[in-house]
Design a protein. Sequence first.
Length: 242
Amino acid sequence: MPPFSRNWGFFLDIDGTLLEIAATPKAVHTAQADCKLVAALYDKSDGAVALISGRSLAMIDELFSPMRLPAAGQHGVERRDARGRVHQPSFSADVLARAAEPIRSFAQRHDGLVFEHKGYSVALHYRLAPQLASAAHAVVREAARALGKGVEVQRGKMVAELKPAGHDKGRAIEAFMRERPFAGRVPVFLGDDLTDEHGFRVVDRLGGHSIKVGAGATVARWRLPHPAAARSWLNEWLERRG
């Protein structure tokens, strides 16, 4: 792992990185220690902590209430900067609704599939029905083709998602790095999923530290075995920071 530095800015994925993955998104809960860890990082880094997640901003806030941290939700589609301003795309809700309906209908017809509407994106989870992986990805790709330009399919761990094109976690991190208190710091990004690879590439290009949590091929330079190890490593930085 890289040697600790005071001048880090932290970008943290949530599911599979800070917290263990659960069977469904709603089954994930934070422990008091998790919230204390994030709050301490925010304090000791002078506010240079952002949560970078596939969850919506509303879901992020619910998990870490009462904190309202800088965050990028829905894989960078929506972003709340350090001043509390929310940046959102000019994307028609009607367009997403047309795409969402066949995906929702498919999930209702198959036990184990979980449909999730996040506001600017929709997800089809198949963790409880892994045998339906190919079919799940096919129905999401078909919804994207029906809409044409302006949307794209995002692959993830046991999930296929449909979201506005041109947004990803890497671009969100770049935006944060142009703003205080992140500007001038060394970016450190912890993630576990395919959706985090965009962030790893950006952080590496900016001379920071990309850290993959868990198994699997990655462009990240460093690796931690599981979320518990990630939390332990972050706590170690806090201890060194005093």
